[in-house]
Ligand binder design. Sequence first.
Ligand SMILES: Nc1ncnc2c1ncn2[C@@H]1O[C@H](COP(=O)(O)OP(=O)(O)OP(=O)(O)O)[C@@H](O)[C@H]1O
Length: 580
Amino acid sequence: MRPQSLLKSYLWEHRVGYVGSTIAILVSEWIFVQFPNVLGRFTDALSVHRLSGRGVFLYALLLMAIGTLYVFFYGIGQSQNGRAARGFEYLLRTKLFAHWETMDVDYFRQRSVGDLLSHAMNDVQQVREALSGGLNILTNAVFLLIATLVMTFTTVSFKLTVFSMIPLLCIPFFVVWIGPKVRASSRQVQEALSSMSELAEESFTAIRLVKATANEPIEVKRFADRVDHIAAEQMSLVRKQAAFQSIIPTASSVAFGIALLYGGWLTIRHEIPIGSFVAFTLYLGQLVVPLQQIGQVINSYQRASASMARLDLLLQERPSVADPPHPVRLAKVEGAIDIHLDAFTYPDGKRPVLRDIHLSVRPGQTLGIVGRTGSGKTTLVSLLPRIYDPPAGAIQIDGVDVRDLSLEQLRKAIAFVPQDGFLFSTTLRENIAFGRPDATDEDVAAAARAACLEGDVDRFPDGYDTIVGERGVTLSGGQRQRTAIARAWLKDAPILILDDSLSAVDMETEKRILASFRAMRRRRTVLIIAHRLSAVRDADWIVVMDEGRIAEQGTHDHLIQKGGIYAEMYRLQAREEEVS
Ligand SMILES: Nc1ncnc2c1ncn2[C@@H]1O[C@H](COP(=O)(O)OP(=O)(O)OP(=O)(O)O)[C@@H](O)[C@H]1O
């Protein structure tokens, strides 16, 4: 849903509250505009000595009552608008997050986290500010302007009002001229801010590397450069805003000058009573506030409309990997995989990274994938759950093109342990049970046992309640990998993909983990990518990738006998193991 339509439906849904708050603000302003009128009458009464002590007391009481009632009604209006605007802010943020969750991996690869966060924080906040303060102030200002004009026309002097207003009429022209400049400058500030968040996020994520390479001064310098850039953009914005805001005091001072000259002359000539002159100057003072506020509101609406436009663009983006219009539904996924891929090129790539891959894996079989780094192993397995979209018909599960299955069924059928095995900064239990919130403590323990993690958990002071730190920083590389494997085990999907997920565990543990997967009640199809050949030697079939193609394939014994790339890798690894 576009943010504009979202806003419209939100305003419509909260129409009763908004009508109520507008009435409350109008009542408060009506009370407020009585103030100069009452003071004018008070002055007139004083000047003709018609006031007793009791009369003065009653006027004072009346003014206090006006003040109190004004604050009361204005407070009601303001709090209602503020609450509704916060509600819209939360709604917009939730919509944005839900939208981002539907986007594909490539989308996030092309964008920085800092940039996305800046939209979620700054842009949404601009909209909220315009909605809460903006609506209040606008209702307030427009009413005050009209009411003050009516009061001055009817109770003071028509001519005096018109002359004094002339300088104030210049304001809208100036606003139209400088407004777009303020808007463009505000956008540049937002962009500079998001580039700073992006750098901070990247630097904190890589803090270990920064420390290990003693690169802190370089990082601080990079950050300082971005801050300088922000400061320059902000100064430019401040200058434009200052020019924008200076017009109102300037115009109002000229208006006051005219009022004093012309109004004073009318008073001296007894054309208007002194009380009306006093009331008029007070009204003019009251006019300056709404005019200033209208300027602020226009400013705030300009920022908010730039933010709305950015949010609109964001929410219009569609994932390139999406559900088919009429998904095929498999009653049960057995786990047969057929690959007939002529070529695969990444969306922003120039050359195919995979070519002529033809493979079949029967349900329950294990396929080992080995090959040099960059040979296309991860790319190949990423096509199965459609992390990247394969060409139509190239990859089939149980005879159905993966692009014809619903993303939900497809991804539920695959447990994928990616290379980095991401962990969330929560407890070990929640990390293992991620995606299976219904898992019992016994399920979690069984998964940890299968992943050979149980011994480590027993040594942690808080067991499964141990908080693993951001991205699992408090765990060793091998513990992180095994936690990710336990998570995949618990998912209990018919297809399991381990993308180099055993690289940080010793060979003995690797053997035990693979044995526990083989011994699972329900046999599953397993795809293991590994650099260490011990992880794939018992696989039913092994493919050796080289520069995006299958260079060799067969069983371990067959490939050793063949004496090709695999046999050479095996010989080198055996020698390394002997040396160590
Ligand atoms: N998202 C991407 N967009 C464009 N090119 C990519 C992308 N991801 C990987 N590549 C390129 O595709 C090729 C194959 O990469 P891939 O990650 O599949 O290799 P790999 O065999 O898994 O390597 P490793 O063993 O180091 O993990 C590489 O040349 C890589 O630069």
